[in-house]
Design a protein around this ligand. Sequence first.
Ligand code: GLA
Length: 389
Amino acid sequence: MNTPNYSLKAVEEFHSRFQKTPRVYRSPGRINLIGEHIDYNNGWVMPAGIDKETTFCFLENGTDSFRIYSINQQEQVSFMLENYNSITTSWAKFIIGVIDEFLKKGATIPGFDAVLEGNVPFGSGLSSSASLECAVAFGLNDQFNLGFSRIELAQLSQAAENNYVGVNCGIMDQFASVFSKENHVFKLDCDTLTFEYFPCDLGQYTLILANSLVHHSLADSEYNTRRLECESALQKLGKGKKINFRDLKKENLEEYRKHLTPIEFNRIQFVLEEIERVHDAASALQNQDFHKLGKLLYGSHNGLQHLYEVSCSELDFMVDFARNFEGILGSRMMGGGFGGCTINLIEESRSEDFIKELSEAYQTKFGIQPEFYPVKIGEGSSKVELESL
Ligand code: GLA
């Protein structure tokens, strides 16, 4: 295993601020190969952690106060357990949310000082927030011997985001951040939380993220609306019985139509088709059928664009560009949508040209210089042993 990346700067900052050596934990952001907007719909997803992450350095301070400094925001937040509810600083909510969830479960969290730094681009659909929550949850659990399992830490971090930050997200991002394994994606059953790792061996192909650098403000509200639309459709189809997507069949779609509004029907159609694509993608990956995998990525984007309606013109432009670029097998928007990244399956030898040409075209069309990241799949949440580095 490679030594995980971590922010040495955060350790140095901790030294100079608090004159002590901290404990250091880190947890990654994530990609999702396929299975978008499926986690909260009880289906399957195929995420992996990446080589961009949040480093959380901290140490008990022997008091009942907390001092947390963010290098990215260049800001320190201080609070006590009696008054943490009054903190409104947005980045601090991710940490306080995690502390709050631990306390709700009866854990004791002593006062600590902390410094954090992350290099997961914000608002890019790469889950900088999950990487922060999971670094904090994993660190506090390990250091204070709180006894939570990795699954519980992922759930607790998700709850922090749902309850404290206010985004009704599913479990995928936190699960990926905690459970990632180098060079593997995993197929996660979001209903049972069982999962299987698949080597992400792509032969002559590779994955490249293209960051549109836009993040439309309706992302959070539309996300919550999509959840409600799916819930309302399930309620209607259940006719008084509580059902989930596992009770529905793609073959019966036409029969469902008459019970639903046209919008609900589209949402349901997308979810059932995307779930099927995840299973097909797992087989394609296992059989090294990359052309098939690429087609599934395009299919996913079509559904997200036209049926689930969570794409935007910038992402559609990038995917359309990919469709016409020789050497690309598949491309789609990734994450919650309304901005962020596309994920592209491309012949390695064509990567440089793709980056250059899409940069030019995107810049001409939108006046924005996009960013590109080759995907490197890294390890999930861990402690960094400073002595051994
Ligand atoms: C966001 C959420 C996830 C998931 C994706 C869409 O990243 O946090 O839970 O729903 O969107 O797949």
